[in-house]
Design a protein around this ligand. Structure first.
Ligand code: ATP
Ligand code: MG
Length: 502
């Protein structure tokens, strides 16, 4: 693959005079361009609306230009060969046809010189008039090998301790992926200064650094899940699928030739553990978990929702490898106040991103009303697998009771799990948990013996007093099960409840 620097270099040689880089990483891009200019006899200028012209590589003065038109004239007239980095220039041509025209003219005139303009902006916003003039260049943050070089260079001085196993080092480097070289260098350096070296504790530090980046987006939220795979009862097929992909994002898997998994869709009856599973994957795979809040994407102005979406997804790529959790994805289709067009467009852009994303972001989408969902979301290829979470089977329910009794620090031998599994036929995990909690309240506030421990009988009674959703909304379950019988989803459990009589 062509490196970023080669790509710029080749574009300059091909006399492409207007390049556009979509990135938040001005600093590290400037650094790369500076290195490129130093290796040739090019100067590097930077212009932005606040500080105007600055010289980043080469010697000499800078033109005085405080507005975009004068800046473009200065670029046109300057005698030096060089790269002109224009920051946030997409804001300069908005509603300014003269700026747009001038940019076009200058781009054309520069073809006969060795001058190149590079626009760097966090958003891809090119008006029709300029589309033919502009070439977009992708900037990928440093990869594993480059991160390794950064760590090596920072720790090469005598006296600096590196207390990492080969796997620990790989995890640390992987956690740092998505950061710019400068950001990574800053985080590592801070650790080295405070602890005299690097060790596995720095993985958390790096993740904390990434959280800082995420704070910029209101639509993304960092989760620190505490749930483990042991907290999920049943769903053995789904758990097995996840276990076999535990090392899916490691170098070992890449060397072996495995592709990175793209994502899964979890559909099913409310309360069967879809959200729980999403949280568990992050812990199991040791990847950061970020939740995309679909509601927060929708903004008032025209085009704003699409832009918010693009930004949030780009941020997810910055912190990749990570898990992007899109909970209740079908609800996203009903936001944006009656304007079905916007939510469909936002949806379409999420779907196409899922297919084209350049970085390892594993998407976990959950849904319980699939009739609202576009069929594309269910298509394998976009996601690796669509799992259907059915009502838990007898054995699953036993396991779920065990989990929730243990969670409340009760010895399971004190309870008749078989009786509870039998009594809870048709109940989902969330309802089972609720029955345990109801029983606890009842015993805790018992009239004759307040604070007594709760018994199997209390739980069984609580179950009988609840109408499970499988009974109150049988049609939802039938509808969802159609997906399974039509082969459009895989069962999350090898021993699902279809086989039991309902
Ligand atoms: N399979 C399970 N094993 C153990 N606990 C479960 C299971 N399913 C659900 N629970 C309990 O119920 C709670 C709620 O489940 P969760 O939010 O994951 O359901 P969901 O499928 O996402 O439901 P919804 O469709 O309503 O969002 C979980 O936090 C967990 O305590
Ligand atoms: Mg949920």
């Amino acid at each position: 693959m062509q490196s970023f620097r080669d790509e710029i270099d080749n574009s300059i040689r091909a006399r492409i005079t207007l390049l556009y880089i979509v990135s938040l990483e001005e600093e590290s891009i400037s650094e790369q361009l500076r290195a490129l200019c130093r290796g040739s006899d090019l100067k590097l200028y930077r212009w932005d609306h606040a500080d105007y012209f600055q010289l980043l590589a080469g010697d000499g003065g800078v033109p005085n230009a405080q507005d975009p038109l004068s800046a473009l004239s200065a670029i046109e007239n300057i005698n030096d060969d060089g790269i002109f980095l224009l920051c946030d220039f997409h804001q300069c041509w908005q509603g300014q046809p003269r700026v747009m025209r001038k940019l076009k003219n200058v781009a054309w005139k520069l073809k006969f010189t060795r001058k190149t303009m590079v626009i760097i902006s966090p958003v891809w916003k090119i008006p029709e008039e300029l589309k033919d003039e502009v070439v977009m260049i992708e900037y990928h943050p440093p990869g594993l090998a480059e991160m390794d070089l950064i760590v090596s260079s920072l720790t090469s001085a005598p006296g600096i301790r590196v207390n990492l196993t080969p796997l620990g080092r790989e995890k640390l480097l992987q956690a740092a992926l998505g950061l710019s070289s400068n950001q990574a260098r800053r985080i590592f350096a801070r650790s080295i200064v405070s602890k005299g070296g690097l060790d596995e504790r720095d993985i958390d530090l790096v993740n904390a650094g990434k959280k800082q980046i995420i704070r910029d987006s209101s639509a993304l939220e960092f989760f620190s899940p505490v749930e483990t795979i042991g907290d999920v009862g049943g769903l053995d097929a789904l758990k097995h699928w996840l276990q076999t992909r535990k090392k899916a994002f490691s170098v070992e898997a890449r060397d072996y030739g495995l592709p990175e998994p793209k994502g899964i869709t979890l559909i099913g009856i409310p309360g069967t553990g879809k959200s729980l599973t999403a949280k568990v994957i992050a812990g199991l795979w040791k990847l950061p978990l970020v939740r995309l809040d679909l509601g927060a994407l929708f903004g008032g102005l025209v085009g704003q929702s699409e832009e918010n979406t693009r930004r949030a997804l780009a941020l997810a790529e910055i912190i990749a490898p990570c898990i992007l959790w899109i909970d209740e994805i079908e609800k996203g289709l009903s936001f944006s106040g009656g304007d079905g067009g916007t939510s469909l467009r936002v949806f379409a852009s999420i779907l196409s991103w899922m297919q084209e994303k350049a970085r390892p972001v594993f998407v976990v989408a959950t849904a319980n009303n699939i009739s609202l969902l576009p069929p594309e979301l269910m298509r394998k290829g976009r996601v690796d697998e669509v799992f259907f979470l059915d009502l838990p089977s007898y054995d699953d329910r036993k396991e779920i009771f065990e989990i929730h009794l243990r969670k409340r620090r009760r010895p399971i031998q004190n309870y008749d799990l078989d009786l509870l599994a039998k009594t809870s036929e048709g109940f989902v995990g969330a309802e089972i948990e609720q029955a345990v909690i109801d029983a606890m309240y009842k015993a805790f506030s018992d009239r004759d013996e307040p604070g007594r421990d709760f018994t199997t009988h209390d739980v069984a009674l609580a179950l009988q007093q609840q109408v499970p959703i499988s009974r109150s909304h049988k049609e939802i379950i039938d509808e969802l099960r159609k997906y399974l019988s039509e082969g459009r989803a895989q069962s999350a459990s090898n021993r699902h409840a279809l086989r039991e009589s309902m």
